[in-house]
Design a binder for this molecule. Structure first.
Ligand SMILES: O=c1ccn([C@H]2C[C@H](O)[C@@H](COP(=O)(O)OP(=O)(O)OP(=O)(O)O)O2)c(=O)[nH]1
Length: 140
């Protein structure tokens, strides 16, 4: 189905070189949020290259300095999604966080998503870690 253009649409061709980091996203309009979730349209749609997903995250600075987080922890943008990218923002410290139009608040990271078909087996192969997790390997 051909999508009607309501906001800028992007394709995200891969450059064939390794990215140095996330791609910062510009907020289309000024806004603010607090510890209640605020749904914010990012003002664009983008087709993630097939075989990948885009992870939507706060920039480290906004997260660390202002306690900004996504209420779904991390947004997963599927390769077949064509709608406007949405961020569900809130602060974890109860404070208000406001941004200007054109400010870089969030970032996206495109990562390969490998297609797997779960197969039921009797046992899993042995590993050194085994069933240990949640700090099992110690603090230092
Ligand atoms: O923070 C987010 C998370 C998701 N999406 C969009 C893109 C994604 O491709 C779509 C569906 O997300 P997901 O598959 O994680 O949601 P779901 O709860 O499993 O719903 P669905 O039944 O639509 O797959 O919503 C966003 O714009 N922002």
């Amino acid at each position: 189905m051909k999508m009607k253009k309501r906001h800028p649409n992007f394709i995200l061709p891969t450059r064939g070189s390794e990215a140095a980091g996330g791609l910062d996203l510009y907020m289309p309009e000024a806004g603010e949020c607090d510890d209640r979730t605020t749904k914010v349209g990012l003002g664009f749609s983008a087709a993630v290259p097939k075989g990948n997903v885009a992870l939507l995250l706060p920039r480290s600075g906004t997260g660390a300095k202002f306690g900004l987080e996504l209420n779904n922890t991390c947004g997963v943008i599927d390769a077949d999604y064509r709608g406007e990218w949405i961020a569900n923002l809130r602060t974890k410290n109860g404070e208000r966080f406001s941004w200007d139009a054109g400010e870089r608040v969030l970032q996206m990271v495109v990562v390969p998503a490998v297609y797997v078909t779960p197969e039921l087996v009797d046992e899993l192969d042995d590993t050194e870690r085994g069933e240990g997790g949640f700090g099992d390997s110690g603090r230092y």
